[in-house]
Design a protein around this ligand. Structure first.
Ligand SMILES: [Zn+2]
Length: 199
């Protein structure tokens, strides 16, 4: 390689998911040739984010403070707790502007094959939180995958003897979705989760 530093940059860019040698080369050359300012900002931002961001003490999501912004916001409805798998799910739900409660972020799901059990995703902490904060409703919003469902069931079971009610978000036909194009699992679930229109 004509430039060891370029070779090193390419090598390090490959730590990103889905980035192989070719795309890493393209990124490195783009930054050097067309966007050095952007590259420097990226480097600075990577450094400060990776050094400073830890986990929120209460909900486990990413935060550079002991409590994340949502947990620290006393205008949120503290009687509702929505359980999700990742911080990306929190962002997606927040964008809908339809939920004003608080969150608990598992940072994963139960997966015995990978050695991830209830302790690894903070279930004991979740149970403690539900009890300590007198949560009225726990909304299980884990993904509609085998692992997400299993995790939701595990949590629902663990919460059985607590006062909080446990709900699971409905999954089903997407807006503008045509039945003929959906997989059978989605259609079956949509039928199960149907709601009365009257009476
Ligand atoms: Zn938090």
């Amino acid at each position: 390689m004509f430039s060891p530093l370029l070779a090193q940059l390419v090598e390090h860019l490959k730590c990103l998911p889905g980035v192989g040698t070719k795309s890493a080369q393209r990124m490195a050359i783009y930054l050097l040739q067309r966007n050095r300012q952007g590259g420097l900002k990226l480097a600075a931002s990577l450094e400060s984010a990776l050094k400073e961001i830890q986990h929120c003490e209460r909900c486990q999501t990413f935060s550079e403070h002991a409590l994340c912004r949502l947990c620290a916001d006393n205008r949120r409805n503290s009687s509702q707790l929505c359980v999700v798998e990742t911080p990306a799910d929190v962002i997606a739900i927040e964008q809908t502007n339809s939920y004003r409660g608080l969150y608990f972020v598992l940072m994963g799901y139960i997966s015995p094959i990978d050695g991830i059990g209830p302790n690894e995703i903070g279930i004991p902490k979740l149970l403690q939180l539900v009890q300590a904060e007198a949560i009225e409703e726990v909304i299980l919003a884990t993904n509609a995958t085998v692992e997400g469902d299993a995790t939701a069931h595990f949590i629902a079971n663990a919460l059985k003897n607590q006062n909080a009610s446990c709900t699971r978000i409905a999954h089903g036909v997407p807006i503008d979705g045509e039945l003929g194009y959906l997989d059978t699992g989605t259609i079956a679930r949509a039928f199960k989760a149907r709601l009365p229109l009257h009476g």
